[in-house]
Each structure stands twice: as structure tokens, then as C-alpha cells.
Design a binder for this molecule. Sequence first.
Ligand code: PBG
Ligand code: ZN
Ligand code: ZN
Length: 341
Amino acid sequence: MNSDLNLVPLNSSILHSGYQHPVTRAWANQGRNISKSMFMYPIFITDDDDAEVSLDSMPGQKRWGVNKLEGFLGPLVKKGLSSVILFGVPLKTPKDAQGTLADDPNGPVIQAIKVLRKAFPSLYIATDVCLCEYTSHGHCGILHEDGTINNQPSVERLAEVAVSYAKAGAHCVAPSDMMDGRIRAIKKGLIDAGFGNKVTLMAYSAKFASSLYGPFRDAVDSAPSFGDRRCYQLPPTARGLARRAIVRDASEGADVIMVKPTLPYLDIVAEARDLAPDHPLACYQVSGEFAMIHAGAKAGVYELRRMAEESVQSMVRAGATIILSYFTPEFLDWLDEPTML
Ligand SMILES: NCc1[nH]cc(CCC(=O)O)c1CC(=O)O
Ligand SMILES: [Zn+2]
Ligand SMILES: [Zn+2]
């Protein structure tokens, strides 16, 4: 008696022959490999110049003072670190409703840009642009009396901050606030200040209101003092809004499109690849994803390196060309070792 299986022609029923050897597994990779230059390392810089403070919720990550940056990053640059993204963490100076500290010339981010430009001439320096680390209320924009977002002054302030970072020497500004129209406002600010063709604008375009930002908010002390971010970060179910935000930001002048978080949103990464096929596409593997991968490894669910590699491989498969990850230092080592294919 013939089973259905026997009706399948022999040549199309066999796949193992195409990947039983490490060499054929390498050939099965239909596209790009993970490479060192894809990685951008997020760094927390605080306003205590000699600080080196471990973060409980993010294994191996620290809050750094500007005096420690050269010693910390030197070995990583030697291993091939090509880019960083800076987050300011002011803990000593009082915050206000406008986020005045965001572009304080003596603040940690502007100081760090200058130190890093000097110490590592080849290192590409991006800066996160947002107000939540600097506002007394912890929201990403400026508020009306009733606590809702006041969009126009928010985008004006964000553009001002982005231009200050450009003036200090940042190669790239990356607004993560999710205010409407901030890409256009920042692009215009950069052009008017003479940075139009010098500074990259990386837009956190599809940024979802996620549970996965918890460790970051601990790290930078930026949890909102009331309410939440659901009026400006995207609802997790909103594929349509994500698509519109990606198209809008590309049309407003973004040089790079970002999707964040990554693993629960790989479909959106693939959408972004289609909607903005000619833009570099960044994926932010956020603090909660990093913590989750560590926690699973600690619980014996999987081996850390394999899971970290699998997570980044999935982003690249979906279309990512840039990976923001707290695993960057590990990948600089792993990519020098034989792959695990
Ligand atoms: N605008 C702030 C900001 N910029 C980057 C992250 C998340 C980074 C991470 O979790 O690693 C957040 C947190 C948030 O929006 O609440
Ligand atoms: Zn913010
Ligand atoms: Zn609300």
C-alpha cells in the first residue's frame, strides 16, 4: 500500500543533505552574516565623573562617569567596536519640567561626546535624544497643565537638544521620544545649524509601549512619576500605526529607521524592510530582552551564547542591518571565534 509520502518525488523530500555539514550550513544562510560593524553599544553615563556602578537588573552593565570611559572602551575599540549610543543619567542635579539638563554643556552626555571624540577618533558616536531622563515628571516630552503631552514645544525642545549634541561632536542623533513631527523638526534644526549633511538622524520609528524597558528605567532612573507612555509609544497590537510611523519618519528625513523592542516585533522589522527598503534598519534589543536572555541561561533553559546569537540572527534574517545590543562586548569576542553553525 502506498502512503502519501511515497507520492512525493524523492528529490524534493530530502532537505538534510543541504545542511548536514558546517560548510553547507554556512551556505544555507541566505544573505548577510552578523558582523562587528553592525553592533552599536548602548552606554549609560552619569554625572559623577569617577562612577563605575553595576546595575543589578542588567548583568555586566554599568553606569559610567566620563573619567572612566577611556579605560572601559579602549579594549573594546581594539577588538573592533565601531559605534556607541550614549544615554545620560543625571542623578545629582535637580530635574525640571523642560528637561533643561538634557543639553547642559557640563552634563554627562556632552562631556562624554568630547572625551570620546578625542580618545577614539574612529569611534562613531550616537546620542539618544529624549527628555525623560531629564524631566522632573519623567515623561519624554513637555506637558500641558493637565499632564498630557504638549507636542509643539516638545519637538522644538528635542530639536534644540539634538543640535547641541551635534555641536558637541555627535555623529548621529537618535530621538526615542515618539513625539509627532520630531524627525522633521530635528532635521530642520540640523540643516539650519550647518549639520545637514554631517549628522545622521536615526529615528526610533516603531517604538512600542513595552514591558521590556523595565531594567533600563531602573538604570537611568526615568520611570514616569505618574501615568505611562501609552499615549506616545505604540500599542503592541498596532501594525498599522507602526507602518505609518515608519513611512512618515522616512519621509520627514530619517537616515536610519529603528524598530524597538526586537524579538516580539520581528514581523515589524520585516515590514520596515519592505516599507523603507533603501534605509539602513536598526533593531534595539532592549534591556528586558537582555535581562531575559541572561535569566533563561541562568535557569539552565539554554546556553547564553547560543541564545544571544540566535536572537541576533533572527533580527538580521528579518532585515536588520544595525543591532543595538548590550551583548555587543560579547559579540566582539564571539565573532573572533569559530561560529557555532
Ligand atoms: N525614551 C527613553 C528610552 N530610550 C531607550 C529606552 C529603552 C532602552 C532599553 O530598555 O534598553 C527608553 C525607555 C522608555 O522609553 O521607557
Ligand atoms: Zn524618553
Ligand atoms: Zn495617557
